[in-house]
Design a protein around this ligand. Structure first.
Ligand code: NAP
Length: 261
C-alpha cells in the first residue's frame, strides 16, 4: 500500500481534525495514514506508545497513548483531544476478538473482556467527547464494528455478542442525535487480513491464525477498510452512510467463504 505521508507541517491549521483509536496496527493505523493523506490533522491513539511514535514519525500525526478500558486514561485522552481544538471526526476502531470457542466451552472472562474493549470502550470515549463535538458545531462519530455485528458463526458467539452490542451504540445514537449536525456512521468489515487480529484471537497461535485466511484469494486489507472509512468521512456533511458492509469478493457471508486449496 501507499504510505506517502502528508506531514502536519503542510496541513493548514483549519484542517479537519480526527481522533482515531486502534491506531497502533491494522485498520486503525491504515486509517490514520489515509486521513492524513486526505488532509486531516489526526490524533492517533492506542496503548502501545512505540507503535504510535513510529506512526507519528511517518505521518506527522499527533499521538496519545491510552487504555480505553480505564476511565482515567479515557478522560486524559479526551482532555488532550479538547486541548488540540475542534474535533470533526471521532473514529472508533479499537477492539478485537479473544478466543474462538463453542458456546459450551466459552470462557466468561473472555466474553467480559471483549465486551469491555469493544462496547464499553466505545461508550466511554463517545461520552467523553460528544460534548466537544457539539460545542464545535458538530461532526462525525464513526464506529468500526464487523459483520460479526449482524450474524453468528460457529465459535464466534463471544465476539459476535460483543460486536452486536457495540452496533447498538451507533444505531441508537443516530436516533437520539437526529436533528443535530452529527453524522453517525457504522462500518462493518468481513474478513480482513491484518497482522494481529487473528493472532490475538488465537492467543498467539500463528498456525491457527493463518488458517483463517488460508486459500482465500484476496481477503480485505486494512487499507481497503481505511479507504471506505475515509470516503464515508469526506462525503458532504449531509450525506450519512448509516451502515456499510464490506466483504472480500470471495466471502458471501460469515460462514460461506470460497477457498482455493
Ligand atoms: N481483522 C478483521 O478481520 C476484522 C474484521 C472486522 C472488524 N474488525 C475490527 O476492527 C478493529 C481493528 O482490528 P484490526 O484487524 O485492525 O487489528 P487488531 O489487532 O484487532 O487491532 C486492535 C486495535 O485496538 C487497540 N486496542 C485493543 N485493546 C485496547 C485497549 N484496551 N485500549 C486501547 N486500545 C486498544 C490495539 O492497540 P494496542 O494493543 O496498542 O492498544 C489495536 O490498535 C477491531 O475493532 C476489530 O474487532 C476486524
Amino acid at each position: 500500500m501507499t504510505t506517502d505521508p502528508t506531514p502536519a507541517a503542510s496541513t493548514p491549521d483549519d484542517a479537519p481534525r480526527a481522533l482515531v483509536t486502534g491506531a497502533s496496527t491494522g485498520i486503525g493505523r491504515a486509517t490514520v495514514r489515509r486521513l492524513v493523506r486526505a488532509g486531516y490533522r489526526v490524533l492517533a491513539s492506542a496503548r502501545r506508545e512505540d507503535r504510535l511514535a513510529a506512526l507519528a514519525e511517518e505521518t506527522a500525526c499527533d499521538t496519545f497513548a491510552a487504555d480505553l478500558t480505564n476511565d482515567a486514561q479515557v478522560a486524559a485522552l479526551a482532555d488532550h483531544a479538547r486541548s488540540l481544538g475542534p474535533l470533526k471526526s471521532l473514529v472508533h476502531i479499537a477492539g478485537g476478538a479473544i478466543g474462538a470457542d463453542r458456546v459450551e466451552d466459552g470462557r466468561a472472562e473472555d466474553w467480559s473482556r471483549m465486551y469491555d474493549i469493544n462496547v464499553l470502550s466505545t461508550l466511554r470515549l463517545t461520552q467523553a467527547l460528544l460534548g466537544h463535538l457539539r460545542a464545535d458545531g458538530g461532526g462525525d462519530i464513526l464506529v468500526l464494528t464487523s459483520t460479526a455485528a449482524i450474524a453468528p458463526y460457529p465459535g464466534g458467539a463471544g465476539y459476535t455478542a460483543a460486536k452486536h452490542a457495540e452496533r447498538m451504540i451507533p444505531a441508537t445514537l443516530r436516533l437520539e442525535l437526529v436533528g443535530e449536525p452529527i453524522r453517525v456512521i457504522e462500518i462493518r468489515p468481513g474478513l480482513v487480513e491484518t497482522e494481529e487480529f487473528s493472532l490475538n484471537r488465537y492467543r498467539g497461535d500463528a498456525e491457527a491464525a493463518a488458517e483463517v485466511y488460508a486459500g482465500v484469494a484476496e481477503p480485505l486489507t486494512a487499507d481497503d477498510c481505511a479507504e471506505v472509512i475515509t470516503f464515508s468521512l469526506t462525503l458532504p456533511d449531509h450525506v450519512n452512510l448509516d451502515e456499510v458492509v464490506i466483504r472480500p469478493r470471495a466471502q458471501a457471508s460469515n460462514t460461506v467463504v470460497h477457498r482455493e486449496r
